[in-house]
Design a protein around this ligand. Sequence first.
Ligand code: 164
Ligand code: MG
Length: 370
Amino acid sequence: MKIEKVILRRLKMDLKFPFQTSFGTQREREFIITEVQDGNDVGYGECVVNSNPYYNEETVQTAWHIMKDFLIPILLQKEEITHPDEINELFKQVRRHQMAKSALEGAIWDLYARKQGKTLAEVIGGKKEKISVGVSIGIQETKEELVEIVGKYLKEGFQKIKIKIKPGKDIEMLQAVRDRFGDIPIMADANSAYTLKDVQLFKQMDSLRLMMIEQPLAHDDIIDHATLQKAIQTPICLDESIHSLEDARKAIELGSCKIINIKIGRVGGITEAIRIHNLCKEKKIPVWCGGMLESGIGRAHNLAITSLDNFTIPGDTAPSARYWDEDIIRPEIEMDTEGNIELPKKPGFGYEINQTALDRYTVETEAFSK
Ligand SMILES: O=C(O)CCC(=O)C1=CC=C[C@@H](O)[C@@H]1C(=O)O
Ligand SMILES: [Mg+2]
């Protein structure tokens, strides 16, 4: 492959619902779609950043700057790229900025798959034909509202219910769901809202028999998580703390978690995501694919990575209709009544671009060539 042109598009899409987490409420999604071109062949990726640096330190503006001024020039200068695995190494001089790196790396994986006439899942090494799907529910005002919304999603078939929590909106909310629905697969995501001072609360939560608690402690911690994991039975799942294979190795060695949420953007791309998956498989740590409220393009990349066999827990990979009135791909991603999504069969990420929708949501475009 020779990357001759790169296009960045900044998009704004309204979410169908306000999404509340321990760090705020989100009503729209602002992010970047990347396109790489090699002659007539194209590949697409999604930069899953937010407009604010609340989930991680990157924003739409920092990612645009890092791609424009550092990463894209590296790609355009490169005479030949044989395999997308080389991108990690090419970008190595730029520290962190995982979501910016991942957005370009993902587009190159898509381009590579299309050139081979294979699906993204196939070139990644995934064998599944369909994947199991869960849903991530934002913090609700009351127990009654939460119970109602959980009921709705269970009826739709979702195989895992993830409930966002924060101090004051935790054990009682979760208990209400447990009491109403019995032994369903539920988990909680705290987005770093607690400290070790809350260890008693987490011990109490053991009686809820949650599948896991996601990122209870600081976003940059693996030490306190190890202490907490020793004190409780519920498995801890790390999200924000894991940015690389090295982070995963250290967390596993310390016993900081029993499960890892892999987000392609958070770990700097598909290549690193595969490496983390493989390490976790070897260490018998199950993984699942987290979501960043992606559009269809990022979502399709998530489906592809989930086709790897150690993704044994349903991911936050809900269908398009949960988030958008109209997605930017065709057909939209759909889930069956048992909570499964079938992997697409077309080359690359497997869906067509809905160009009219893509243009409608685009607020800024910039193209780069040699
Ligand atoms: O894409 C989805 O449906 C998952 C949404 C979700 O849970 C998250 C999206 C973005 C940032 C976080 O709040 C979060 C997470 O922590 O996993
Ligand atoms: Mg999370």
